[in-house]
Design a protein around this ligand. Structure first.
Ligand SMILES: [Zn+2]
Ligand SMILES: [Zn+2]
Length: 264
């Protein structure tokens, strides 16, 4: 929960430029096609729309998401269609949101060969050879530090254009310890050094009861002048430019964060 955040009465007048974190009907828990998002973005006067649906990471075997092996079949053709319909009005970028697990460079190469960018969404992370879930396993200093180590590894890989909800690991915590803030600060410093934007995620307000973005993330981005990207993380086209997204964008600018509109 951000202490000075509020939704202004005239939120509809806050103009957005771009968005790089949006989902798609393919993941099974979102709605809309690439064209639907492009249409919504054009109607709202945006210049760039990036679609970054969930992609199955290496090691994971469930088949709810598309993977690097079948991305050509259902996901990428949608971009051709959208570009035909809206390509003269808006820049449409092909992305995915995906975890980073080290030692699988061949798998990630299949993706980077086909896409314009990748978003790190470290919902799952490896620690001591085991897989953990950021939504449930951030219970103590050690697990939180392991999460931030995994995000730092992802930044080091050079594969990612932005880091989604970097503070997701605090999801279940009521109290964030100074040690945890220290672990996050190492990550913020590395991202700043590498010029990789850290995300303030509007879906944490819209859908996750204000669990993210956290004040601690905002404070560290301010302290280090980190690049910040504000994303809708829209799971349906009508939330692409909703009140949470517009208000969070205005908030980030109003407190002097280093907000970037172009990340590619
Ligand atoms: Zn999702
Ligand atoms: Zn995510």
């Amino acid at each position: 929960m951000l202490k000075d955040f509020f939704i202004p009465e005239d939120w509809e007048n806050i103009q957005l430029v771009s968005n790089y974190h949006t989902h798609n009907y393919l993941c099974g828990h979102a709605g809309g096609t690439v064209s639907d998002y492009a249409e919504e973005a054009v109607e709202n006067g945006m210049r760039i729309i990036g679609i970054s649906d969930h992609c199955l990471p290496p090691l994971e075997t469930h088949d709810a998401y598309f993977s690097a092996y079948n991305i050509d079949k259902h996901y990428l053709p949608q971009f051709d269609e959208a570009k035909q319909l809206y390509g003269d009005k808006i820049k449409i970028l092909r992305g995915v949101e995906i975890e980073y697990f080290g030692g699988h460079s061949d798998y990630y190469k299949l993706l980077t060969d086909r896409l314009d960018y990748m978003v790190l969404g470290q919902h799952l992370f490896m620690w001591d050879g085991q897989m953990y879930n950021s939504f449930i396993d951030g219970t103590d200093d050690r697990s939180v530090a392991a999460y931030f180590d995994s995000v730092c590894e992802a930044i080091d890989s050079g594969l990612y254009a932005m880091i989604a909800h970097p503070d997701l690991i605090f999801y279940r915590l009521n109290k964030i310890s100074p040690y945890m803030v220290g672990a996050m600060e190492q990550m913020v410093k590395l991202a700043t050094e590498r010029k990789i934007p850290l995300e303030l995620n509007a879906n944490g307000m819209r859908y996750h009861r204000n669990k993210y973005p956290t004040q601690q993330l905002v404070d560290l981005c301010q302290k280090h002048n980190a690049r910040v990207v504000v994303s809708s993380d829209a799971h349906s086209p009508d939330s692409l430019c909703d009140k949470y997204m517009r208000a969070l964008y205005a908030y980030a600018k109003s407190i002097g964060l280093n907000v970037v509109d172009e990340i590619i």
